[in-house]
Structure formats: structure tokens, C-alpha cells
Design a protein around this ligand. Structure first.
Ligand code: THU
Length: 139
């Protein structure tokens, strides 16, 4: 599966802004929303380690901040090999803004600057996700 090179470029561009003095794991993410816009984020660590937030969550919340709540594609950029895996908490945050019916079409790609890329559909990354539909339709 392929990924959108514009998302790669957008993430790469802001990657250096990663605030990761503790882990030194610099991460950037870019998401494409339904209206075609791109939103980016970097991981923001904290001296109280548990207050750290991953790059994907920052990118997704950035999109939501601008009123774009439908995500079409996600890219995660690092310089590591093999490419980093998105954490479980980020997968759950993704599920809030990826509609269940689109989950097998939406691509999540983790990649690096050496040309390695691993793409999964969101449905593969988080089967049976606790998406909004499941909670809103409880009977
Ligand atoms: N991190 C991300 O930003 N995204 C991921 O997909 C995995 C991990 C960050 C969190 C922390 O700042 C550092 O990478 C090490 O886990």
C-alpha cells in the first residue's frame, strides 16, 4: 500500500520541532482531513513523563481544533529503522475521528527518512475499535 507523499513532506518539515529531551525519540505526524487540508504535530514530552503526548495525537487534535473531525489518512515520521509503531492510546484517539465504515479504507503509514514505510488500514491497526458509533448507539 502507498502513502501520500505530501503528508510525508509535511511531517518531515516540522519533525525538528519535536520536544523530546527525555526519550530523544523525535516524532512528527501529518494527517489529511476530509476537506483535503493537512494538519501536523510533533511529540511533546514533559518533565512529568506521563504528561507526554505523541505526535499523532497533537496532529489529530490540531485538525479538530480547526473544525476538521474526519480523518482520511495518517503518516508518522521518524528517522528510526524499523519505523515506529503508533501507541495504543493514539490508535484509540484515531478511532474518534475515523468513521467505522471507512476504517478499512483509511491508511495509517509509519515511515522513516530511509525509504522504509509500513502501511496498515485503520481497521487492521485497531479491530473492533471503541468508535463513537458504538458508544452513541448503546441500547
Ligand atoms: N511517540 C510518538 O510521538 N508517536 C508514536 O507513534 C510512538 C511514540 C513518542 C512518545 C514519546 O515522546 C516518544 O515517542 C517515545 O515513546
Amino acid at each position: 500500500m502507498s502513502y501520500d507523499p505530501e503528508l510525508y513532506e509535511a511531517a518531515k518539515k516540522i519533525w525538528k520541532n519535536s520536544h523530546s529531551p527525555y526519550s530523544k525519540v523525535q516524532v512528527a505526524s501529518a494527517v489529511r482531513t476530509e476537506d483535503g487540508k493537512i494538519y501536523v504535530g510533533i511529540n511533546v514530552e514533559n518533565a512529568s513523563y506521563g504528561a507526554t503526548v505523541c505526535a499523532e495525537r497533537v496532529a489529530i487534535w490540531n485538525a479538530a481544533t480547526y473544525g476538521n473531525r474526519k480523518i482520511k489518512e495518517i503518516v508518522i515520521y521518524t528517522t528510526f529503522s524499523p519505523p515506529l509503531a503508533p501507541c495504543g492510546m493514539c490508535r484509540q484517539v484515531m478511532s474518534e475521528f475515523i468513521s467505522a465504515e471507512d476504517a478499512d479504507q483509511i491508511k495509517v503509514t509509519t515511515l522513516n527518512d530511509r525509504g522504509e514505510a509500513i502501511t496498515h488500514s485503520f481497521a487492521e491497526l485497531l479491530p473492533m475499535s471503541l468508535a463513537p458509533e458504538r458508544v452513541l448507539n448503546l441500547k
